[in-house]
Structure formats: structure tokens, C-alpha cells
Write a protein that binds this ligand. Structure first.
Ligand SMILES: Cc1cc2nc3c(=O)[nH]c(=O)nc-3n(C[C@H](O)[C@H](O)[C@H](O)COP(=O)(O)OP(=O)(O)OC[C@H]3O[C@@H](n4cnc5c(N)ncnc54)[C@H](O)[C@@H]3O)c2cc1C
Length: 429
């Protein structure tokens, strides 16, 4: 474990001794999956359950990406609003995409139950507002989702009731989704990994894919190379998330990798932790540069927020997150941060998911834009459907138009810094 990874509460609370061996030599499979996050593992698991021979290649270890670093909040819908999808693909497909996301919430619970994954799943998620403008948006969101999408699990909570739930004077309203929830994301990822291995998936860790030869003809095999081996497979899924880097330039252009951080307090004891969020739901605020927090199974507060455009360790994230946490919960002024870690988000320009094909039998999933705890699992299942012969649910996502980030390789990051400055100013208004 690297020094930075030692600061990851999830890794530290779930030590692993059973790493899978790296890929060696040339091996043949029906499907090769690049990426040992929830997207890749879910696809591999569902494909193996369909009787396919599947190899999964992970650069480091399962859960090395967002899936083992996340705030663990299971949230309805997508990172973009439904209105963005309605505009992009029309009301009918936006509705089908909503249904996929809603199925994703159910799938997450089903996978946890079916594979007996011990990941501290707790139901309940709240989007919390900080000002009148947010209260109005939450009311409009509730109205839109219940009227046009028939989503019946939402409840708007006003300021007075909210103060009995979240022990903070900061929030003015909340949209509680009893269908959302939160979990220990690394244990969930590893649990899916164990289920995939049991279903027959060959998992190779420490197997960094250095080159892809994507077949452009349906009868040919895709070749996936690591430094020590090659997988030859008729079907390929690229699910490398924000860590994929420049391996596939046409995918990299559509993403901005943004660093973001989470901190875990020392254990607070059950009573003190419970008093902070009495309904034990997860919470995320409505600012562009948002704060999000939840209780952990061992009675800590996990508090996330802040973004960085230049890497994930450039500053003392624990100190910065602690200061934000104390703004929300001044009663935690005496509490120590025990762990603080970072990870990268794979953000698209419109924050809609970016799924599609690189060749007739080569697929990709990316761009979950910081909202992938739920969508990753169902996206993996959609890939198993398309490889199994039913393409329509996966292919509808390819109809979402995605633009490259402006500014090319060198100038898009400064452009984003300016954009984020604007978002920060918006948060203050
Ligand atoms: C700090 C943080 C907090 C977050 N909080 C939330 C939250 O509360 N709720 C929410 O919904 N979402 C959240 N997210 C986003 C969520 O974690 C991701 O959307 C989700 O985990 C993406 O899953 P994935 O499988 O697509 O990608 P990942 O989990 O990133 O997995 C991709 C894997 O591919 C591997 N890989 C990359 N390149 C290669 C290669 N060349 N060869 C082999 N392997 C490769 C990586 O090592 C990685 O393990 C958060 C993300 C971060 C970083």
C-alpha cells in the first residue's frame, strides 16, 4: 500500500491478503474487461453468469479507482439533471435512462443481498439546500420527478424538521430519498469481485494495460496487452474510469480528471455519531463545490468535498476538510481527523454518462462524473446485455452528444480553473 493509500479509511478498515496474480503470457477469453472498479466487475460478473469466459485486468488492485475511495453515497439519477438528458435525447429516452438509474438502485441492493456482501448498506439519502434558491430548486425537482417520472420515494423536509435530523444550523431544506442510501464502497467492490471470481471470472491484478488493439471487424479478436501478457478476446470492455489516462485518446478528450477528497474522523461513539444525523441517511449539499457527509458503520463521520485540478495530494486535505466539517458541525471542534484521502472523478462536459463503442465488439463506460456508485453497477449489467445480444439499452446512451473539453491538452485545465472560480462565486451568492 502506498503512503497515500494508507490514509484511505476504507483500505485500512478492510485489509486484503488475497491479491490475484498478474496476467502472464497470451491467454484467450470470450471477453476482456479493463478496470477493476464497480463498472468492470459488475460487467464481468453478469457476463460470467451468462456462461462467458471473462478476464478482468486491473492496473493495481480491485477498488483502486473511485470505487474504493468514494463518499459511498447511493444517489438517484445521474450527475447531470434529467432536464439535460431530455434536451439531449428527448423525453422518451430520458425516461428510459431514468428507469435504468432507478433499476441501478435496486440492483445494488439485490447484489448485496444475493452475494451476502458485508458493506454496511444503510437506506436514505438527502440532498440538502443552503438558501432560498436551493429550497425552490428542491421543490421543483420533487415536482418534476414525481409528475414526469413517477418517482414516489422522495419527501421534502423543511428547515425546522431538518434541524431535528441534521444537527447543524446550516441547512434550509432537504430532499430525502428513501430509495437511496450509502455503503462502504470498497467492501462493496471487493464483495462484487469475490462474487465474480466465484462465477468463474479470471481476475488479474497488478496488470496495467499498456496497449489495446481494437478489432475493427466483427469477426476478429481484440488484443489487450500488459507488460507481461496479452489477452485475446472477441469482446472488450474499457472501464478504466478517471485513471485510464491517455490510453484511448478519443475517450480521454471527453473527460476532465478532477481530484476530490474525503476525510474520516476518529470514532465518535454511537451516541455522538447518531446525534449528528439522526436518520442515518447520507447528505450532499447543493453547492457546485459541494460538501457531503454520512455516518460510517463504526460511528465516525465521513466528510467529503473540495476539488483540485492539479493532482490529489497537493495540500493537506485533512486540515481543509476538517475546517469545512467544523463549519457544518461546530460541536465537532474537538474531534480529530484520522484519515484523509483523495481520488479522481471522470467528469464529462455536460456531466452525462459517456458510454459507447470503440469497435463492433469493443465497448466503453466512463464519465460517471462523481455520481457512479449506482450507475456503475447497472452500466456493467448493460454491457452484459449488449454482449449477450440485446443492444438497445446500452446503445441509447451513445445518442447523448459529448463534446471534447475546450482548450486541448494544455489549456483545458486553466480553462477549468476559471470555470471553477466562477462556480465558487455562484456558491457565495
Ligand atoms: C473521492 C471520491 C468520492 C466520490 N463519492 C461518490 C459518492 O459519494 N457517490 C457516487 O455516486 N459517486 C462518488 N464518486 C464517484 C464514484 O466513485 C465513481 O463514479 C465510480 O466508482 C466509478 O466506478 P468505475 O468502475 O467506473 O471506475 P473506477 O472505480 O475508477 O475503476 C476503474 C479501474 O480501472 C483501473 N484502470 C485504469 N486504467 C487502467 C489500465 N490502463 N489498465 C488496467 N486497469 C486500469 C483503475 O486502476 C481502477 O481500479 C466519488 C469518487 C471519488 C474519487
Amino acid at each position: 500500500m502506498s503512503q497515500a493509500d494508507e490514509q484511505n479509511y476504507y483500505y485500512r478498515s478492510t485489509p486484503r491478503t488475497d491479491l490475484h496474480a498478474p496476467l502472464t503470457g497470451e491467454q484467450r477469453f470470450d471477453v476482456c474487461v479493463l478496470g477493476g472498479g464497480i463498472s468492470g466487475i459488475s460487467a464481468a460478473l453478469h457476463l460470467a453468469e451468462r456462461g462467458m469466459r471473462v478476464a478482468l485486468l486491473e492496473a493495481k488492485h480491485l477498488g483502486y479507482g473511485g470505487s474504493g475511495r468514494s463518499g459511498g453515497q447511493s444517489i438517484f439519477g445521474y450527475a447531470c439533471e434529467q432536464a439535460t438528458l431530455e434536451k439531449a435525447v428527448g423525453a422518451a429516452d430520458a425516461r428510459r435512462m431514468w428507469d435504468v438509474a432507478a433499476e441501478g438502485l435496486q440492483l445494488q441492493r439485490d447484489l448485496i443481498a444475493k452475494h451476502a456482501i458485508d458493506c454496511d448498506y444503510v437506506p436514505g439519502h438527502m440532498i440538502v439546500g443552503l438558501k432560498r434558491r436551493h429550497d425552490d430548486s428542491l421543490r421543483a425537482e420533487l415536482d418534476h420527478l414525481s409528475r414526469h417520472y413517477g418517482y414516489g420515494s422522495l419527501r421534502l423536509i423543511g428547515r425546522d424538521e431538518l434541524r431535528t435530523i441534521i444537527a447543524s444550523g446550516r441547512y434550509t431544506s432537504a430532499l430525502l430519498d428513501s430509495n437511496g442510501g450509502h455503503l462502504h464502497p470498497y467492501r462493496y467492490t471487493l464483495g462484487l469481485g469475490r462474487a465474480a471470481a466465484r462465477a468463474g471470472v479470471s481476475i488479474f491484478e497488478n496488470s496495467w494495460v499498456t496497449r489495446l488493439d481494437v478489432a475493427q471487424n466483427a469477426g476478429a479478436d481484440n488484443l489487450v496487452h500488459t507488460s507481461q501478457g496479452t489477452v485475446r478476446a472477441r469482446h472488450l470492455l474499457v472501464a478504466g474510469g478517471a485513471m485510464l489516462g491517455p490510453l484511448v485518446p478519443s475517450l480521454a478528450n471527453k473527460l476532465m480528471d478532477i481530484g476530490t477528497y474525503v476525510a474520516a474522523t476518529e470514532p465518535l461513539g454511537e451516541e455522538r455519531a447518531r446525534a449528528l444525523i439522526t436518520n442515518n441517511a447520507a447528505a450532499a449539499d447543493m453547492n457546485w463545490i459541494l460538501d457531503y457527509f454520512r455516518r460510517s458503520g463504526d460511528h465516525r463521520l465521513l466528510f467529503g468535498g473540495r476539488v483540485s485540478y492539479s493532482g490529489i495530494d497537493p495540500f493537506d486535505s485533512g486540515r481543509v476538510l476538517r475546517a469545512r466539517m467544523v463549519q457544518v458541525f461546530p460541536q465537532l471542534a474537538d474531534v480529530r481527523i484520522e484519515y484523509a484521502w483523495g481520488g479522481y472523478l471522470d467528469i464529462t462536459l455536460n456531466r452525462a454518462p459517456h458510454f459507447g463503442r470503440l469497435g463492433p465488439n469493443a465497448y466503453f463506460i466512463q464519465g460517471l462524473s462523481g455520481h457512479g456508485m449506482v450507475i456503475s453497477g447497472i452500466a456493467g449489467k448493460l454491457v452484459s446485455e449488449v454482449i449477450g445480444g440485446t443492444a438497445d439499452r446500452f446503445d441509447m446512451y451513445a445518442r447523448i452528444p459529448h463534446h471534447s473539453f475546450p482548450g486541448g491538452t494544455w489549456f483545458r485545465r486553466p480553462a477549468l480553473v476559471l470555470a471553477m472560480l466562477w462556480f465558487r462565486i455562484m456558491d457565495l451568492l
